[in-house]
Design a binder for this molecule. Sequence first.
Ligand SMILES: [Ca+2]
Ligand SMILES: [Ca+2]
Length: 306
Amino acid sequence: METKMNNKKRRPLKKIALAIALAGYAYGAAFAGTTGTSATIKGLDASTLVAPSSGLLGVDFSFVGTQKTSGFITVGDKIQVAYHHGDTDGDADATAVVWHWYNAGGTSLGTVTDSAPVEGETYTFNVTAPPVGAHHLGAVITGNSATGDPRTPIVLTIADIGQGVGNPNGEPLPDVGGGGPIISGTQAGGIFLTSSSATAGSGATNYGAGVAVPKIGDVFELKVWDDANSNGIWDTGEADLTSTLTVANVTWNLGGMAATADSAGTGAAAAAPAATSVLTYTIPVNGSSHSGQTWGDQGYTLRVSW
Ligand SMILES: [Ca+2]
Ligand SMILES: [Ca+2]
């Protein structure tokens, strides 16, 4: 203690003078103080959703990979929604998508929430089995930023992505004609008299069910539908898929041995299909049959593959 006191006493006079001078300068330059407080800082919040394809308000829809059924949305399809999120303040994208199933009348049958929050301005929906009666697919897209003030969402309510109903830029999911119904992926086919004009729920007789008896001269048509309930019957609401077939793959086959038509009662298999690459077939008289047998088509069963 004694030593420190002595040291202080020995501090050179010119250093003490400098310290006093500096202190005097500081007091003379300014007085401390604060302003009043401003209102909270606002971002510009230019949070927008625009379709990459057009730059217009809205989104783009597309299939990822191969569309399973031409003209329809099918279970197993992957559907992508793409957008650009704009926020001039630099707030991150926090857009969310909820998918909606609707029946043919536009009534919601339930929702599927996208489980991935952000995928870099795209969302991919794996089309899972829809509820019974699902006719088309909609989406509610809530465009927003993760942070910022204000943070006002832009909500796009798209009633039918297949037709672009509700998408501000009007763009539909391409290659979906008519917007529905949703296809289960389970196909069934039937053989109907062309004159019966079979349609979904019409109750027309399906000769492919093995009960009704086809006769020479009958004109049949192949109909293929989406058998959503897997009962083999063309029920109301099940989509007609006949137009989606590759006709070149269609073959009308004569089955069995036609023993009942053979005079010996032994019969023989048909030598060739009844017809190929056509959607309709008229059962011919013997001379025009492709069975290769003298009894023509008689005694054979009829079955169509596609
Ligand atoms: Ca912002
Ligand atoms: Ca059915």
